[in-house]
Design a protein around this ligand. Structure first.
Ligand code: IPE
Ligand code: IPE
Ligand code: MG
Length: 230
């Protein structure tokens, strides 16, 4: 049986449906989803996690209306400013995964600020996957390799070493809310051997109990990594 996972990734899905079911604009769902994210960060700390990656905005989410995109990015900025004190108090560390160059400068600067401010904190690390795509991350890794040495002998270790956060262990568990059975381009490289947990509950309705149930499900599984179990 597994211990508590060290690293959990969450595909926080269903904000739009939550709002639409109430006849409210999709943006209301994102606002509610942010409250859930704050709650689940606390739950993750209490459960003893070391790393929590939150899928906030994908490289494909630019296809949404400008209103929705701006609202989500605005929420992220508000989150970063509002949570810094909590990150300080509880010694949490903030990190980013994704293409910073493609983000509005003020958002990228705010992320950098909180990452810098919290870089020496030894508590749980919260990784915001923002303007993140698994394919994009692999492409950027290969570009960094080529920029360093065009004749490099490419292998898995070298690609891994040039990902966004090579020091962070692969996710043990990837949770997806709102009942979709797909990765939507989340942690394609790192998640090769992640356990998956799909919940039909929409992200704004998620509670600490839902999170603990996902962790318990993980703990009861047998991981084999391609080998034959004894
Ligand atoms: C997840 O909720 C948040 C983001 C993708 C930014 P959605 O906005 O995708 O919610 P649904 O899938 O439309 O319900
Ligand atoms: C995945 O959800 C991205 C995030 C949660 C940030 P989407 O709602 O964008 O995924 P699809 O479009 O249903 O695959
Ligand atoms: Mg969705």
């Amino acid at each position: 049986m597994n211990e508590v996972p060290a690293h959990v990734g969450i595909i926080m899905d269903g904000n739009g449906r939550w709002a639409e079911a109430r006849g409210r604009p999709r943006t209301d769902g994102h606002l509610e989803g942010l409250k859930t994210a704050r709650k689940i960060v606390g739950a993750a700390v209490r459960s003893g996690l070391q790393y929590l990656t939150l899928y906030v905005f994908s490289t494909e989410n630019w296809k949404r209306t400008r209103t929705e995109v701006n609202f989500i990015l605005g929420l992220v900025k508000r989150y970063l400013i509002a949570e810094l004190e909590y990150y300080r108090k509880d010694h949490l560390r903030l990190r980013h995964a994704g293409d910073k160059a493609g983000l509005p400068a003020e958002i990228a600067a705010e992320i950098q600020n909180v990452c810098d401010e919290t870089k020496d904190h030894a508590g749980m690390q919260v990784i915001l996957a923002l303007n993140y795509g698994g394919r994009d991350e692999i492409v950027r890794s290969l570009r960094r390799i080529i920029a360093e040495d065009k004749t490099a002998m490419v292998d898995e270790n070298l690609i891994h070493a040039h990902l966004d956060n090579p020091d962070i262990p692969d996710p043990d568990l990837i949770i997806r809310t709102a009942g979709e059975f797909r990765t939507s381009n989340f942690l394609l490289w790192e998640g090769a051997y992640a356990e998956y947990y799909i919940s039909s509950t929409l992200w704004p309705d998620w509670t600490e109990e839902h999170f603990n149930k996902a962790i318990a499900s993980y703990s009861g599984r047998q991981r084999k990594f391609g080998a034959v179990s004894t």
